[in-house]
Design a protein around this ligand. Structure first.
Ligand code: AMP
Length: 405
């Protein structure tokens, strides 16, 4: 029979790693809810058009990486490769522009990209995502960057580098892209085949290229950051001023191009040296034209996404073994009822459930890191696992007192 395995690029989360993932989500909840971000969930699959229009037809994600399938009625559906497009679709669909703005939401869950798997890169991965929709106030850009930094700090990811840039508005960008295109056409012969074939679609991606010839052409290329309209330049200065005031270090990187088309104005990315080639911990930016692109009223927005697997890789192994409060040795109704009572009082309590001998049960209590072991036999004994002292108890009620329940 064929050996069944998890699909390529996916991972099983085995104990004790599941706990660490929940801890990251709890940290995100704590950090984000204090800043007014509320939980929101959207489906893991959407109409393919949500991503084609939202993420952008010319992006790697849409061209190569989507898990797209037809449902039984022949509709094209896609497993979500990122969060923002679906959240904006929900914002429009539910008339959330009628709520007080900005609408601040956050989410976490699985995302899917058909990429070549490698360390830190999966085909199903998990993101924490936050969005502030309905205002272009620069304090939102700065706030999201600081909140993401706080999540990384509390998750224990260690030192990280923050790259920051601004892409301006669609109009500035269109003019700039024309200028860049002209520059690239003039030196077309030095560019990689891939960049050349996509010059008309998205010449900005040339900044991302690994190809040596392309890289040397890009060294002298005009930069969008030098072409920003006054409003956008002011917006960017304000974001930087707030980050400076908050004492967060960053590097301005005019070549920062993120793999999604919808960004306008602020873009940012955090990287960790502890991660290998896939160094990005998380990033995001402003997307003031996206909601209109998806069929809504012109509505600004800004957000971030960060990979939970990458955060845990950067944080390294942590001792996830917590131990339990009480192990009840000896089977039967009394043991069953006692663990129920202990759990009801908020204690972590387990009993024998695999038919071990008494000796095996004591070993199991040890393995579980039990603080106390209650032995139910002819009488009741309570063992303090730290001191090794063992004392009799007259009743189960007395046991509760002895173990501090
Ligand atoms: P992006 O939407 O591409 O900016 O991704 C945001 C974050 O999600 C990245 O910084 C990574 O932490 C994480 N991420 C993106 N793609 C993958 C992947 N294929 N595997 C694991 N994590 C990913």
């Amino acid at each position: 029979m064929k050996k069944l395995q998890a699909p390529r690029g996916t991972l099983d989360v085995l104990p004790p790693n599941g706990r660490r993932r929940l801890e990251i989500v709890a940290i995100a909840d704590d950090v984000l809810s204090r800043a007014g971000y509320q939980p929101l969930e959207t489906p893991v699959f959407e109409d393919t058009e949500v991503f084609a229009r939202g993420v952008g037809e010319s992006t790697d994600i849409v061209q190569k990486e989507m898990f797209t399938f037809e449902d039984k009625a022949g509709r094209s559906l896609t497993l979500r490769p990122e969060a923002t497009a679906g959240i904006c679709r929900a914002y429009i669909e539910h008339g959330m522009h009628k709520l007080p703005q900005p609408v601040k939401v956050w989410s976490h869950g699985p995302f899917f990209r058909h990429e070549a798997p490698q360390a830190g890169r999966f085909r199903q991965f998990t993101q924490v995502d936050a969005e502030a929709i309905g205002s272009d106030d620069p304090s939102l850009d700065a706030e999201l960057i600081l909140l993401l930094d706080e999540i990384f700090e509390r998750a224990g990811t260690g030192p990280r580098r923050l790259r920051l840039s601004s892409l301006g508005t669609p109009r500035t960008r269109a003019d700039y892209i024309e200028e860049l295109n002209g520059y690239l056409r003039a030196r077309e012969g030095e560019l990689s085949e891939e960049v050349r074939s996509r010059l008309d679609q998205n010449p900005l991606r040339a900044f991302d290229a690994d190809h040596a010839g392309t890289q040397s052409v890009m060294k002298d290329a005009p930069l969008l950051l030098d072409r920003l309209a006054p409003d956008d330049a002011d917006h960017f200065a304000e974001v930087r001023g707030l980050l400076d005031a908050a004492g967060l270090e960053y590097e301005i990187d005019p070549t920062l191009v993120r793999g999604l088309d919808y960004y306008t104005r602020t873009v940012f990315e955090f990287e960790s040296e502890r991660l290998g080639a896939q160094a990005a911990l998380g990033g995001g930016g402003r997307y003031d034209a996206l909601i209109e692109e998806l069929g809504g009223q012109p509505t600004p927005g800004v957000g971030f996404a960060a990979g939970i697997e990458r955060m845990l890789l950067a944080a390294g192994e942590a001792d996830a073994h917590r131990g339990i409060d009480v192990f009840v040795a000896g089977a039967g109704h009394d043991a069953f009822l006692l663990v129920g009572q202990l759990r009801g009082k908020g204690m972590r309590a387990q009993m024998e459930q695999a038919g071990r001998s008494l000796k095996g049960q004591l070993k199991q209590a040890d393995r579980l890191g039990a603080r106390w072991t209650v032995i139910l036999g002819d009488g009741i004994e309570v063992k303090d696992m730290e001191s090794g002292d063992q004392r009799p108890a007259a009743s189960l009620d007395e046991v509760l007192g002895m173990v501090g329940a």
